[in-house]
Design a protein around this ligand. Structure first.
Ligand code: PLP
Length: 368
């Protein structure tokens, strides 16, 4: 099997499985007796690890049940915390942010994106807003966005960054970056699915959008899953420790795969353009049927995505390619190949050997 869908999710790291199993029996970390204090101490250790690795204070780490939840707590919470009704965002956000912004009922202005998938004009940030929100790196193309410049241009407007694809792929220091809130998801860096964190400065803090027992500064109330927090922290430590070397190794494999595709297939459009995450390769094959490519690759034991797995089942061009100005006839014949920790040179060889034939057959299917 060749797994090339690391942007959708990455297999759990053994250190995360071990931490998860070790702490599966942890009781309520809010209880005052011994078992509660022991659970609390495991949770405190996880919080301190995440804070240290991410350049935040422990109190700024809020454990959540997903990246989606972290995005919602920040976007809805910062909007509620403000008296303004204006929001600045982009048209390439993941639905965890895009749909949340749409549901606010706010007056939304979008930063435009150029053909390379990067936010290209920051002038909308000069008018004050309740919040500005921009992803760190796009989940489909891997395009890395100018977050530091966005923070500089935003002035007093709080900035939320969806860093779900970027954490443990790029060096990120929460305080140095200067954003107000940052969302991350454990399963993208080898932690468990169903676990994430929000980094949230003390001020301005998001107003609570769910209500309960006051855990996690009242921003994410509910009994915290201690085993998942410990597993998340273990995965993050290992992933960030390997990051510098892995980024080089994975980018080399990705570049080889891209060059092999360009050498063997006619009429290819590469949509992953620098600055880009090391593991992303988004390519369009005009005239090819996207679903046919996925099924043909699957029959060869190669697992990849068309557009984004988050919208699988819907055969239309992704909103990201649309925002980049890609023609519909080109964009629906796209593959997102995302490499990661388990990817080898043999995997790249296998895909390179089969892709020309797969695309040729998918182009025949596309004619129907
Ligand atoms: N934001 C981005 C950029 C993502 O890629 C994803 C997942 O694909 C999410 C948010 C949602 O994360 P989760 O799956 O943990 O809810």
């Amino acid at each position: 099997m060749v797994y090339l869908d690391h942007a959708a999710t990455s297999p759990m790291r053994q250190v995360a499985v071990d931490a998860w199993i070790e702490h599966a029996g942890a009781l309520n970390p809010g209880s005052q007796y011994g078992a509660g204090r022991r659970a609390r101490s495991v949770l405190d250790d996880a919080r301190e690890s995440v804070a240290e690795i991410m350049g935040a204070d422990p109190v700024e780490v809020i454990f959540t049940a997903s990246g989606t939840e972290a995005d919602n707590l920040a976007v809805q919470g910062l909007y509620r915390a403000s008296e303004l009704t204006r929001v600045v965002s982009t048209e390439i956000e993941h639905p965890a942010v895009g749909e949340t912004v749409a549901a606010l009922g706010a007056d939304v202005e979008f930063l435009p994106v150029d053909r390379s998938g990067h936010v290209s004009d920051l002038s909308a940030l000069e008018t004050p807003a309740a919040l500005a929100t921009c992803m760190y790196a796009n989940n489909e193309t891997g395009a890395i966005q100018p977050v530091a410049e966005i923070v500089a241009r935003a002035g007093d407007t709080p900035v939320h960054v969806d860093a779900v694809q970027a954490v443990a792929k790029l060096p990120i220091h929460f305080h140095d970056l200067g954003v107000t809130t940052l969302a991350s998801s454990a399963h993208k860096f080898g932690g468990p699915r169903g676990a994430g964190f929000l980094l949230a400065r003390r001020s301005p803090a998001p107003t609570a959008i769910i209500h309960g027992g006051g855990q996690e500064r009242g921003i994410r109330p509910g009994t915290v899953d201690v085993a998942s927090a410990a597993a998340l922290a273990a995965a993050l430590r290992e992933a960030v420790g390997e990051m510098a070397a892995e980024d080089v190794r994975i980018a080399e494999l990705r570049n080889t795969l891209r060059d092999n595709i360009l050498a063997t297939v006619d009429d290819v459009v590469v949509n992953s353009v620098e600055p880009v995450l090391p593991g992303h390769l988004h390519v369009s094959f005009p005239g090819a049927d996207g679903d046919s490519m996925i099924m043909l690759l699957d029959s060869l034991g190669i697992e990849a995505a068309t557009g984004s797995a988050c919208h699988s089942g819907v055969n239309r061009m992704s909103h990201v390619l649309e925002a980049m100005g890609v023609q519909m006839s080109d964009g629906i014949g796209s593959l997102r190949l995302t490499l990661g920790r388990t990817t080898t040179a043999e995997d790249v060889d296998a895909v390179s050997r089969h892709l020309a034939d797969v695309v040729a057959r998918a182009r025949v299917a596309g004619l129907r």
